[in-house]
Ligand binder design. Structure first.
Ligand code: GLY
Length: 383
């Protein structure tokens, strides 16, 4: 898809200019959010003052590498490849700690080792990607047919918890199947996607964030609001994961049921996007306070573009137009292209009930840049 509009050209120019110095400044760390002075904080090391900090195992630690690979593809500047490989190398440390990694190995390794292998053919990166895929496959529970999300959370093992976000992690299994031709990866990815289709996606197209299964019998027990407003609500980033995740399952399997699920989830989101293009943390949250999540907007936009590509041009305009509204709003009203802050997008929120909102988040920048490059017709499909 290539769309020529002035604001897109402007956004690309701004992204290139900002990432040029941001990448030099932060090449030796793995950022997640910014400190009060606007500088990125290194997430690759445990914070000694925070017993919950996960250090190198933190789930967003692949997005920095992913962002650098996007810039490398766009500019062909060798420094981006060199910097991306610094974080890729650090992520290898994760394999030595058994309880450290979780289902987000998809996010972590698709955008680092697998991206490196796809772009440069690096054989070592291929090995790392396949190891990560094996770890993800190992989290599958044959009772209930779901991939276990997390390890310990608030002191509880939550062995029966699955979350909508995992639809994105399935990419790693599809890639491993396509790369290594072992159908186990495909079976597991599809079995999990089928479980989500039946147990997460509601009649109106909205999605649960967390569903709990009995890990012994596989019976569905209940759902939780998770990072959204409350049980039964519609956490906007979760809705975006559903749109993008089912589109990915369709791309890799060509099974119509996944395309239909992606369209259903997209229709729900489109029905909720306000004219302003500014996305709340939860589509069912109270109007006040007006809490936003620019990250959800960026993921949803990138997912909608990908979905529109799968649909005949006579029928895809509503998905593409919704994505354009979200991205233009982000580019013109929620971006910081100055040197006062390392991150681009403003007003991202990790979770409705967290104390801090409207922060910078590296994965918001990743999905924003990914989506803008798709509009330019130069973006690579990373999933
Ligand atoms: N995968 C966790 C989140 O979206 O915050």
């Amino acid at each position: 898809m290539q769309i020529r509009e002035q604001w897109i050209d402007e956004a690309i120019k701004n992204i290139r200019k900002k990432m040029d110095w941001v990448s030099d400044k932060n090449k030796d760390i793995i950022p997640y959010t910014c400190a009060a002075d606007g500088s990125y904080i290194d997430m690759s090391k445990k914070d000694p003052g925070d017993p919950k900090s996960e250090g190198i195992n933190w789930w967003t630690n692949g997005f920095w590498g992913g962002l650098l690979w996007l810039l490398y593809e766009d500019t062909k500047d060798e420094k981006y490849k060199e910097y991306a490989r610094i974080s890729e190398k650090k992520l290898e440390e994760c394999f030595v700690e058994y309880r450290g990694l979780h289902h987000d190995v998809g996010f972590m390794y698709m955008l680092t080792a697998v991206a490196d292998y796809k772009i440069t053919g690096n054989p070592h990166s291929r090995e790392i990607g396949l190891h990560a895929a094996n770890l993800l496959a190992g989290r599958f529970n044959i009772k209930g047919n779901f991939i276990r999300a997390w390890n310990l959370r608030d002191g509880e093992p939550h062995t029966g918890w699955a979350i909508i976000d995992c639809m994105m992690n399935l990419s790693l299994l599809y890639w491993a199947y396509e790369e290594d031709h072992d159908p186990r990866y495909l079976h597991i990815a599809k079995a999990h996607a089928d479980t989500v289709l039946v147990n997460f996606i509601r009649e109106d197209g909205s999605s649960e964030h967390i569903v709990e299964f009995d890990p012994v019998s596989g019976r569905r027990i209940t759902s939780y609001g998770g990072q959204g407003y409350e049980k039964g609500s519609a956490w906007s980033r979760g809705q975006a994961w559903a749109v993008y995740g089912f589109t990915i399952s369709y791309i890799h399997t060509k099974e119509e049921k996944y395309l239909e699920a992606a369209k259903k989830a997209a229709e729900y989101c489109i029905s909720q996007i306000p004219k302003s293009g500014i996305i709340p943390i939860d589509f069912k949250q109270p109007k006040v306070p007006a809490l936003e999540d620019s990250c959800a907007a960026a993921i949803l936009a990138s997912g909608l573009i990908e979905l529109s590509v799968q649909i005949h041009p006579s029928k895809n305009a509503r998905y593409r137009d919704a994505a354009l509204l979200l991205l233009q709003t982000l580019a013109e009203d929620r971006s910081d292209f100055t040197q006062t802050c390392d991150a681009i997008l403003k007003n991202c929120s990790a979770s409705y009930h967290e104390k801090t909102h409207h922060i910078a988040m590296v994965y918001a920048d990743y999905f924003f840049v990914e989506a803008i490059y798709k509009l330019n017709g130069t973006g690579r499909f990373m999933w």
